[in-house]
Write a protein that binds this ligand. Structure first.
Ligand code: ZN
Ligand code: ZN
Length: 278
């Protein structure tokens, strides 16, 4: 298989070191393509999203690297855009001439007038969100999360949907959500039906796994199984925040796809997105 990763963060958002450090690491590891996807700027303060000043610096650095490393590595410029109903949406960044947009939901509601709730920051904050926004009802929070993904796919579909079940990030051993329960599977399957009717690609994402938060990749195996039934295509990413993570668990994620009958994953290059053998 060709090793590719289109989900990469650098020092311009919440990752470590310069984009060039990721490029040299990807070359050393014989990767075919590397795409950068810094966290999109937002109209409110966030420690892990870029501001517009950084966005411009990030774009110009990646543009330079594309030329500098031509013939050694295919380098692409993307963004990880937040979908927040009425506030931020994947197409907000299309005019920058990006190669692709990864769309994801990290914010669900507001803790107070000024503070948006980013549910994937830490478990304490996650619990605070459940209590203060969703009346202590985890089901309400989870349903709201998947509804936001459905809205994004219906209203402003990105090229790639990030880490579909990120809402489970702090759910090791079903700490918050019993994912075996019917209500959970129902909302996930409803979301997959919406995705299946779109042209969106889903990603396999190894980050929560190699950070030892979860014992599975995103999304969980039962979701991958259903995706195969619905002919939903995957691209395989590591969500790297350090150069050492550029190819973390790419092969293992491909192996998981294969166990559910997938023979190909989606890759991007100058031909656009297409299926490539795994
Ligand atoms: Zn993300
Ligand atoms: Zn990311």
């Amino acid at each position: 298989m060709l090793y590719t990763n289109y989900h990469t963060h650098s020092k311009w958002c919440d990752g470590k070191l310069n984009p060039e450090n990721y490029v040299t690491e990807a070359i050393n590891r014989n990767m075919y393509a590397l795409g950068f996807s810094g966290h999109s700027p937002l109209p409110f303060k966030s420690w892990w999203n870029m501001n517009y000043e950084n966005l411009i610096k990030y774009f110009s650095q990646v543009k330079k690297l594309k030329k500098q490393y031509e013939g050694q590595l295919k380098i692409y410029q993307g963004i990880e855009a937040d979908y927040i109903d009425g506030v931020s949406s994947p197409s907000n960044f299309k005019h920058f001439g990006l190669d692709y947009v990864i769309g994801g939901v990290h914010y669900i509601g507001k803790l107070n007038e000024d503070e948006y709730f980013d549910f994937d920051d830490n478990p304490e904050k996650f619990q605070r969100g459940i209590d203060e926004i969703f009346e202590g009802d985890i089901k309400k929070l989870v349903k709201y999360y998947y509804e936001q993904i459905m809205k994004m796919v219906l209203n402003d579909p990105p090229d790639v949907i990030a880490h579909l079940d990120l809402i489970l990030k702090f759910n090791k051993d079903n700490a918050f959500i019993n994912t075996e329960e019917k209500w959970y599977k129902d909302i996930v399957f409803e979301t997959l039906e919406v995705i299946a009717k779109s042209n969106c690609i889903l990603e396999m994402n190894s980050r929560s796994y190699f950070k030892k938060l979860l014992s599975e990749f995103h999304p969980a195996p039962f979701i991958v199984k259903q995706c195969k039934e619905l002919n939903i295509n995957f691209t395989i990413n590591s969500d790297a925040h350090t150069p050492q993570e550029v190819n973390s668990y790419l092969q293992q994620q491909a192996n998981l796809l294969k166990t559910f009958g997938y023979k190909e994953s989606m890759i991007f290059d100058e031909k656009g997105w297409y299926k490539s053998p795994i």
